[in-house]
Design a protein around this ligand. Structure first.
Ligand SMILES: C[S@@+](CC[C@H](N)C(=O)[O-])C[C@H]1O[C@@H](n2cnc3c(N)ncnc32)[C@H](O)[C@@H]1O
Length: 246
């Protein structure tokens, strides 16, 4: 029997999820940056800066950014650590092209490589990277466990994984307000700014289907890391998991 998984609140065949996700990101690629600023009131920029600070990057580090999209994380790293070597990667060519064009236009391409790849089957050798980052990407994976195992495999011993992702608000009242915002305002914003309410409905649904902070920590430890801490931002709307092997 065909294995099923979720695509937002819908059940789909596992083999088709990636194509559904691809459809969403191809559709939003051009308006992705404007929508990010509008939806988070610019806060996503702060979250990404915090992720880079927590990464404790050294010049000359080799960094793999998975699900880079339009390259926000790669841009911060490239500007702050110009001697690093950054692999800006994404499964979706439309998103990656936006990111690559931006890297050229905004002058941060000189230490970046651009690769189309899935974070679930990473085509690099074991122990290739000092740091692996992934921002708002893991939620979209068909097989998150496989992805995390791949990230562990590609990290050097002592390397660090940083996962920035939507998570579960801690305060119940805040959680209710956030739910209302997500299901009423987000799709409308998507419709007005990106002419696409469906993709933003998917965003709201996919956030609810994603594991909470503790569950994700368990998944990360199960993937072979022996240390994992997480930091809640904005009452847990977003969290950053930092994992490594001592
Ligand atoms: C919400 S965007 C995040 C982009 C960027 N990291 C940021 O924080 O702004 C999610 C990205 O994940 C990518 N993605 C989805 N599934 C993926 C997979 N299996 N492997 C790699 N990238 C994936 C999408 O194409 C999309 O560009």
């Amino acid at each position: 029997m065909t294995k099923k998984t979720h695509f937002g609140f819908k059940e789909v065949d596992e083999q088709d999820k990636s194509a559904h996700v691809g459809g969403v990101f191809s559709s939003v690629a051009e308006s992705y940056d404007i929508m990010n600023d509008a939806m988070s009131l610019g806060l996503h920029r702060v979250w990404k800066k915090i992720l880079v600070e927590l990464a404790g990057i050294s010049q000359k580090d080799k960094v793999l950014d998975i699900a880079s999209g339009t390259g926000d994380i790669a841009k911060i790293i490239s500007k702050e650590y110009p001697e690093t070597e950054i692999y800006m990667t994404d499964i979706n060519m439309d998103m990656l092209s936006e990111g690559r064009n931006r890297a050229v236009d905004e002058n941060f391409s000189s230490n970046c490589h651009f690769c189309q790849l899935s974070g679930e089957t990473i085509p690099f050798e074991d122990s290739s990277f000092d740091i692996i980052t992934i921002g708002f990407g893991l939620r979209n994976f068909t097989n998150k466990e496989a992805g995390l195992e791949e990230m562990k495999r590609c990290l050097k011993r002592g390397g660090k994984l940083l996962v920035l992702e939507f998570s579960k608000p801690i305060n119940p009242l805040f959680s209710k307000i956030y739910d209302w915002y997500s299901f009423n305002i987000l799709p409308k914003l998507g419709s007005i700014l990106a002419n696409d309410s469906e993709s933003y409905q998917y965003l709201a649904e996919s956030i609810r289907m994603h594991p909470d902070q503790e569950s994700l920590k368990t998944m990360i430890l199960d993937a072979g890391f022996n240390e994992c801490k997480f930091y809640n931002l904005v009452n847990g709307i977003v969290s950053i998991h930092v994992a490594y092997e001592k």
